[in-house]
Design a protein around this ligand. Sequence first.
Ligand code: IMP
Length: 190
Amino acid sequence: MEIIFATHNPNKTKEIKSQLGSNFSVKSLSEIGFTDEIQETETTLIGNAFLKVRAIYKATGKNCFADDTGLEVEVLDGAPGVYSARYAGEACNPEDNIDKLLNALKEKSNRKAQFRTVVALILDGKEYSFEGVCKGEILEQRRGKEGFGYDPIFKPNGYDRSFAQMTIEEKTEISHRGLAVKKLVEFLLN
Ligand code: IMP
């Protein structure tokens, strides 16, 4: 089955292709030549996920899914949450976001956090959603070179390595997006 993944992010596309395997032909927005930027203007993860997937469905008429992820830090009342990509400002990069978060947690003993992903799917015109959560903690400094975004400072519970010290396969097995996509795959295969 061909399905469009509403993202321009090559790291996410790589993760999801490795998970969906040969059952699906996943095409990212870059791969279908969709270059428009979709502004994420909603205030919730589910709102943004549906905003993206509806825009792509309207443009292509094809089955598609979109994800939206937030890093929710307990002591910061769930921030940066839906604003994780722009935590350090509109023109910031992942390194700026990490620096800002490490700074906000300086001398804080509660470092509990979770990644939450919502996947929105439009299949034959009908809408569905799936959620995945990965609980862990924010490290005091960066560890590892793999992955993207906040991976170097997020250590999932039960592991002594950050996401950036794991292979894609290891991360996908336990990650927020991996769990949400697993639910998506089970749904699509049934
Ligand atoms: P998005 O809206 O789903 O693209 O994600 C929002 C922000 O969370 C971006 O800054 C990403 O870098 C970050 N993010 C999303 N997924 C992950 C992940 O698996 N690891 C680390 N950071 C992530």
